[in-house]
Design a binder for this molecule. Structure first.
Ligand SMILES: Nc1nc2c(c(=O)[nH]1)N[C@H]1C(S)=C(S)[C@@H](COP(=O)(O)O)O[C@H]1N2
Ligand SMILES: [Mo]
Length: 528
């Protein structure tokens, strides 16, 4: 140590202890930053995110629901911040340990990195070896930083004051400061570099893809399917506006290169199919409305897109489903899974507007956006996403219902048919002038279609709205009602009737466990 019997140590060695802790924190930051950069360069996921994913998977359902309820979509960034904070604490501890047991602290840092590698190795979509490489680069950098910083901290410890010429500890403090600054810069730059590197490469891969022309197209969209009402949700929601729901902290980076879809489980002939092989099969196009079970009445967790892909039943026919199979389980590269009845997967579509379940590779005319499951996902008309719409699909496994998809043990219903719903898009509330006011929105009952939409003002009668042309039973339908608005406060409600003649229920129910019900209602003030 730099201190000797003749040099008084600072009281309690606080600054020395602080420097030791800081050395550990910075060494950990260097390790994480370099690992991030190496992971991106090698095509693997961030180790920090991989650890956070493990935390999500291990969290009990009530905690996860609580986090989503209190933090909303900020729950994932908050978790990453949490993982970084814990890493900082571990780092501080290792830094303190390093002052007396440097080798042990270095081993601790390596073990800490190994945890991240182990978490990332659970991701079968990543090139094997890439997480190990990332962990190794991070560990080597972190250990080097810890050794250098700890030595500098030792040199800096000792008596206070003095000049660089006369006091070696002053020189040591300067060296420590310089090293600390360098370490922080390396950590930040490496982490930022990793982020910059990861996304655009895959985006270029995605944009270079040319989807085949579907053997069966959905046909041109009839002009009468879209209503010219300002503020109504577009019939096809643009990809960048389409709602996004998933448990992934950051969008899984799945390259088509090396990706293959496995069709497996209770089948006679399991097989794997590459992305190019999938593109070479006959494709269909389908207008399907996708809804999230968590959508509140009137909420935005629902969207409509024109999907393109391979009918799931074609793949299942090739694999030959065994008679004891009752459930189709989609499995994603990030550990998510969703299962639904085999009949729904085998059902023959009845033609345009009813295509059946798809392994989708296209969304609104382009390759699936990364946030929506690139390179492939399931789209099963009529079911909520949590039991069907697996994104970043890696396997379709035939099972029985003994197997449970991701959300089932977390308190959501085993089967999730989408409930008939309707939503008022305009007016959304607020103030409108008296006179003719268009009340308009969308209504959906995927699998059954929409046959009628009615609007009620205050306690008046239900009045039929005008329906836009239908794109098929799986697609939502726009509707509009020309309301003669009179001055005062008014309440407007909407309800839909599905293709079987069943009227949307007025009974209110929360999203859990199987989808919200009740009428969407808005209050408006009409000025005279
Ligand atoms: N891999 C993966 N796929 C997933 C999910 C998920 O968390 N992970 N969430 C599902 C849920 S709950 C819904 S509602 C839909 C949403 O699809 P979108 O984000 O493309 O709108 O994706 C489904 N597919
Ligand atoms: Mo969902």
């Amino acid at each position: 140590m730099g201190g000797s019997a003749t040099v008084p140590r600072p009281a309690g060695g606080t600054s020395a202890r602080r420097r030791a802790a800081l050395a550990g924190v910075l060494a950990t930051a260097v390790a994480l930053g370099l690992a991030e950069l190496a992971a991106a360069a090698a095509g693997a996921r961030s180790l920090v995110v991989a650890v956070a994913d493990v935390v999500i998977d291990a969290a009990p359902g009530w905690l996860e629901r609580f986090a989503i309820a209190t933090l909303g979509t900020a729950d994932k960034p908050a978790l990453v911040v949490g993982v970084l904070a814990v890493s900082g604490l571990v780092g501080a501890g290792l830094g303190r340990l390093a002052t007396t047991r440097l080798a042990l602290a270095c081993a601790g840092l390596v073990a800490f990195g190994a945890l991240g590698v182990a978490a990332a190795l659970r991701d079968p979509g990543a090139p094997p070896g890439a997480p190990v490489l990332a962990g190794a680069v991070g560990a080597v950098g972190g250990v080097a930083a810890l050794v250098a910083l700890t030595r500098a901290a030792r040199a800096a410890a000792g008596g206070p004051g003095g000049s660089v010429e006369t006091d070696p500890t002053a020189w040591g403090r300067r060296r420590f400061l310089a090293l600390a600054t360098t370490s922080a810069a390396v950590a930040v730059l490496a982490a930022a570099g990793g982020r910059v590197l990861a996304a655009p490469r895959l985006e270029r891969v995605r944009q270079a893809i040319r989807l085949p022309r579907p053997a069966r197209t959905a046909g041109p969209v009839p002009a009468g399917a879209s209503l010219a009402v300002a503020g109504i949700t577009p019939l096809h929601v643009p990809n960048e506006d389409f709602y996004r729901i998933d448990t992934a902290l950051v969008v899984p980076e799945v390259d088509t290169d090396g990706w293959a879809l496995e069709v497996t489980g209770l089948v006679e002939r399991p097989f794997r199919i590459t992305y190019d092989e999938l593109l070479a099969l006959p494709h269909v196009e389908a207008d399907v409305t996708l809804a999230c079970v968590s959508n509140e009445v009137g909420g935005g967790l629902v969207g409509h897109a024109r999907w393109q892909g391979v009918p799931l039943r074609d793949l299942l026919a090739r694999a030959r489903v065994r008679p004891e199979a009752t459930q189709v389980m989609g499995r994603s590269v990030d550990g998510f899974s969703a299962g639904f009845p085999v009949e729904l997967a085998l059902r023959e579509g009845t033609g345009p507007g009813d295509a059946g379940a798809l392994v989708a590779v296209g969304m609104n005319g382009e390759p699936l956006p990364r946030a929506h499951g690139f390179p492939a996902r399931l789209v099963v008309p009529g079911l909520y996403g949590y039991v069907s719409a697996t994104k970043w699909l890696r396997a379709v496994e035939l099972t029985t219902f003994e197997e449970e998809g991701y959300w089932i043990p977390r308190g959501w219903a085993r089967e999730g048919p989408v409930k008939t719903q309707s939503r008022i898009d305009v007016p959304r509330g607020g103030t409108v002038p008296a006179g003719r006011v268009p009340v308009a929105g969308v209504a959906w009952a995927p699998g059954r279609g929409i046959s009628r939409v009615e609007v009620r003002v205050d306690d008046g009668p239900w009045v039929p709205a005008r329906l836009a042309d239908s794109l098929g039973v799986d697609a939502w339908r726009q509707w509009v009602h020309a309301w003669d608005a009179t001055p005062g406060e008014h309440t407007i409600s909407v309800r839909a009737t599905d293709g079987t003649g069943a009227v949307q229920t007025a009974r209110t129910a929360p999203p859990a466990p199987d989808g919200a019900t009740g009428h969407h209602t808005v209050r408006v003030r009409v000025t005279g």
